[in-house]
Design a protein around this ligand. Structure first.
Ligand code: FRU
Length: 484
């Protein structure tokens, strides 16, 4: 039985969250037999991280999700301390989950061992662990730490019909993150190919949750590195998630790539996972939280949620992430304003709430600097503050006064242009901000009081000119817990 939720004040209306208990990384994101499946790292019994299970939700439109029974639980010797993150892939009509078995092992110096394992399903609901698990272990004669060796993501290379698996790891001295590449003809027998990429300079001591795909002609490696050190106002979160663009040679297992770029500049985005939709789009969902950040919803019987599904595109040599277009189908009421120029703080009728989507086209030729308060209380003492300063070319997200656990600011460089487009999703305790059609994204949790619902537009230096302002109320996409 999952832990009971006793208060829904922070519970999302349309983002994926657990029906009680703790969640972290998205796992096994896939399209199988006409439905989208998302699994997630799950501890059903408490609102804290614990021995990991795989929770499971399903959807036929990517916006309305339903809970399914737990797909994997730690039952075997090789996964006795947790079924850690992994991915899913269809073969011959069956759904294969490929995941990390985590096993405490006091008898070896590393203290634990991680191996890659498989569970197979014919209906997408019930999974049988493969009797010959594990299917991949860290090869002993390679520079791979046998403990930290996890989060397999499997893909098929249509060009040579082989399956490939990227696994997150680090060197045995624990100083350098890296990705290990395996190949297979049948998803069962895996062979080590190479260590395909390794951290250089300030790129971290452990690389978690790799994803690898060819997206619009570019081989893109997404990783969630631990151990990147703060550089001024960059890399302020404890861990990061980002990507490289480059070219892989599958035979040699060598990946030549450019520099590490962040996927998100907010407080809370980690361990994203991608999948390919039937129409060819690359979709991505991340955990909209960050390790060790405070999560006041734990008092309420749950913890953690997912980002909205995003689409990945490559533009000007960079990855852009935009909210999936299906989210438009969640819109209910709409408020729309045009050609607004004002010199003092303004609220607009029908533009407020704890759940909704705000779209702004801002004229930066007339606007030097602005702030936007989200989730503001009537007396404005509680508020989440977004701001942009054109001269500094900095967009900021400040949650000092956002509510419970408010703590500081995150910055995002945005080159000044004539226009700025903002698309902002609010869902009770989550804010996702897409800047300039996904050029930059900031995802952060906030914990305001339920009655702090004002949205206030604040000019800072002369005019605030908005060409178009739209606010949509959004419907329910995840079953709402019943609290008696
Ligand atoms: C990333 C991670 C993974 C691991 C999982 C355990 O957030 O640390 O590397 O598989 O969480 O829950």
């Amino acid at each position: 039985m999952a832990l009971r939720i006793i208060n829904t004040r922070y519970y999302p209306k349309y983002h994926i969250a657990a029906p009680g208990g703790w969640i972290n990384d998205p796992n096994g994101f896939c399209y199988y037999k006409g439905e989208y499946h998302l699994f997630y790292q799950y501890h059903p019994h408490t609102a804290q991280w614990g021995p990991m299970h795989w929770g499971h939700v399903v959807s036929d439109d990517l916006i309305h999700w339903n809970h399914l029974p737990v797909a994997l639980a730690p039952t075997e010797d090789y996964d006795r301390n947790g079924c850690f993150s992994g991915s899913a892939i269809e073969k011959d009509g069956k759904l294969y989950l490929v995941y990390t078995g985590h096993r405490d092992t006091p008898e070896i110096p590393e203290g634990f061992r991680q191996t890659q394992n498989i569970a197979i399903s014919e209906d997408g609901v019930h999974f049988a662990k493969y009797p010959e698990n594990p299917v991949a272990v860290a090869p002993e004669d390679e520079q791979i730490h046998v403990g930290d060796f996890r989060d397999p993501k499997v893909l098929k290379n249509e060009e040579n019909d082989k399956y490939y698996m990227v696994v997150g790891s680090r060197t045995p001295d624990r100083l350098t993150g890296q990705i290990v590449l395996f190949e297979s003809e049948d998803l069962i027998k895996w062979e080590f190919v190479n260590i395909m990429a390794r951290a250089e300079g300030n790129e971290g001591f452990m690389w978690e949750c790799p994803n690898f795909a060819n997206i619009e002609g570019h081989d893109i490696l997404i990783i969630s590195p631990q151990g990147i050190k703060r550089e001024l106002n960059k890399y302020m979160n404890v861990f990061q998630s980002g990507y490289f663009m480059g070219k892989v040679d599958y035979d040699k297992g060598v990946y030549i790539h450019g520099k590490f770029e962040l996927l998100d500049y907010g407080f809370d985005f980690y361990a994203p996972q991608i999948t390919e939709a039937p129409d060819g789009r690359t979709l991505m969902i991340g955990w909209a939280d960050m390790w060790y950040n405070i999560m006041p919803e734990q008092e309420d019987g749950w913890a953690g949620m997912m980002s909205v599904p995003r689409e990945i595109h490559v533009k000007n040599g960079k990855v852009f992430t935009t909210p999936i277009k299906e989210l438009e189908n969640l819109r209910t009421a709409e408020k729309s304003y045009e050609n607004l120029t004002f010199y003092k703080p303004m609220k607009f009728d029908g533009v407020s709430g704890d759940c909704g989507e705000l779209i702004l086209d801002i004229d930066l030729t007339e606007t030097a600097e602005f702030e936007i308060y989200l989730r503001a209380s009537k007396d404005k003492t509680q508020k989440t503050v977004l701001s942009y300063n054109k001269a500094l070319e900095l967009f900021k997200f400040n949650r000092d006064e956002a509510g419970a656990g408010g703590d500081g600011e995150r910055e995002c460089p945005v080159v000044a242009a004539d226009k700025m487009k903002l698309q902002i999703f609010l869902d009770r305790s989550l804010v996702e901000i897409f800047i300039n059609d996904g050029e930059k994204v900031m995802t952060s949790r906030i914990y305001p009081r339920a009655d702090s619902t004002d949205i206030i537009f604040v000019p800072k230096d002369g005019a605030f000119k908005i060409d178009s302002l739209k606010f949509y109320e959004l419907g329910v996409g995840i079953p709402q817990p019943v609290v008696d």
